[in-house]
Design a protein around this ligand. Structure first.
Ligand code: ADP
Length: 190
């Protein structure tokens, strides 16, 4: 069982690369962003609360996200591995994930940090906004999300460096070249 965290700023390609990892390795996928968007679509209580944060480009509170993640993890049937996409996004979430996995006798095996320059992130997200219909893919919210990433999420990098599972991945260039770098990191950990 391999637990992989795919990490990086908004627009770094976590979702795109997750799909390729799933196709190649058959891992289960947990994307907190996707779960939240589904809750919003279904107009659940959680979805209503989350929408206000997402539309402002802010993080949904840790307690809500951690509870949601734990339920999702419990509902997973056995897979060869799990890919965590968009989680953890704060150091507290990283600590909570470690605790949850420890209860199952597991840990995060690989943390992949997709590194992409700020200008490239903004261009990608603006382009995605033209087709995604996502309420948070507009310039003002994109800039806010990148600021929130730098302040609240980037410290997670130090957490995984200390854990010894950290891998920096160049997230620019051709999608397949990026995936090649990711595959090497995953296979070296297996
Ligand atoms: P992106 O990486 O492009 O920002 P996501 O789909 O991962 O896209 O996240 C969209 C939004 O959902 C975030 O801006 C945030 O408001 C909320 N969100 C997703 N995951 C988390 C999380 N782990 N903790 C807090 N908020 C989250």
């Amino acid at each position: 069982m391999l637990n992989v965290v795919i990490f990086g700023p908004p627009g770094s390609g976590k979702g795109t690369q997750s799909e390729k990892i799933i196709a190649k390795y058959g891992f289960a996928h947990i994307s907190t962003g996707d779960i939240l968007r589904q809750e919003i679509k279904e107009q659940t209580e959680l979805g209503k609360q989350a929408k206000a944060f997402i539309d402002k480009g802010e993080l949904v509170p840790d307690a809500t996200i951690i509870d949601m993640l734990e339920k999702k993890l419990e509902s997973l049937t056995t897979a060869q591995g799990v890919i965590f996409d968009g989680f953890p996004r704060t150091v507290d979430q990283a600590g909570a994930l470690k605790k949850m996995l420890r209860k199952r006798g597991e840990d995060v095996n690989v943390m992949l940090n997709l590194e992409v320059q700020r200008e490239e992130l903004i261009q990608r997200l603006l382009k995605r906004g033209e087709v995604s219909g996502r309420s948070d893919d507009n310039l003002e919210t994109i800039e806010k999300r990148i600021r929130v990433y730098e302040e609240q999420t980037a410290p997670v990098i130090e957490f995984y460096k200390a854990e010894g599972s950290y891998h920096a991945i160049l997230g620019e260039g051709a999608i397949d070249d990026i995936f090649g770098r990711i595959s090497s990191a995953i296979e070296n950990a297996q």
